[in-house]
Design a protein around this ligand. Structure first.
Ligand code: FEO
Length: 162
């Protein structure tokens, strides 16, 4: 059984993961609208991953005898000026999520909830990857620039993500 505090905090995290999925899906639609299908596919894969993160928390709450309460998911932005802005936002969003996960770990430790602490470690490691891949793409766009040619090449590369 998880404490009410942990239950509430994980329910908030489910909402945050669903919002992440919504945000990346919106970014995918933006890339479709500017004819960058590879970028769009990358974002769609990312949106699916976020949904999986939400589901991991969802299953965990149920497994521990808690109750999942789904709240409204905030609307996402839908327009950006250029691809670099989108990926800069992905990077800062992931940094924010890392902070949320760290907060959950702190809470689990305060509550002496070793099982939740252990469960959260998967997310701690995942956030390292999430931040690194977003930062890498930001740096690559900065390096290559945003000419038609550079974006065409990057679109091909990002489109390889499944
Ligand atoms: Fe679910 Fe990208 O963190």
């Amino acid at each position: 059984m998880i404490s009410q505090k942990i239950e509430k905090a994980i329910n908030e995290q489910i909402n945050a993961e669903l919002f992440s999925s919504y945000l990346y899906l919106s970014m995918s639609a933006f890339f479709e609208s500017i004819s960058l299908p590879g970028f769009a596919g990358w974002m769609k894969a990312q949106a699916k991953e976020e949904l999986e993160h939400a589901m991991k928390f969802f299953e965990y709450v149920n497994e521990r005898g808690g109750k999942v309460i789904l709240k409204d998911v905030e609307a996402s932005e839908w327009q950006w000026d250029k691809p670099l802005d989108v990926f800069k936002q992905v990077y800062s969003h992931e940094q924010k999520v890392t902070g949320l996960i760290s907060g959950l770990v702190d809470l689990a430790r305060e509550e002496n909830d070793h099982a939740t602490d252990n469960f959260l470690q998967w997310f701690v490691a995942e956030q390292v990857e999430e931040e690194a891949s977003a930062e890498q793409i930001v740096n690559k766009i900065k390096l290559m620039g945003e000419s038609g040619n550079a974006l065409f090449m990057m679109d091909k590369e990002l489109g390889q993500r499944t």
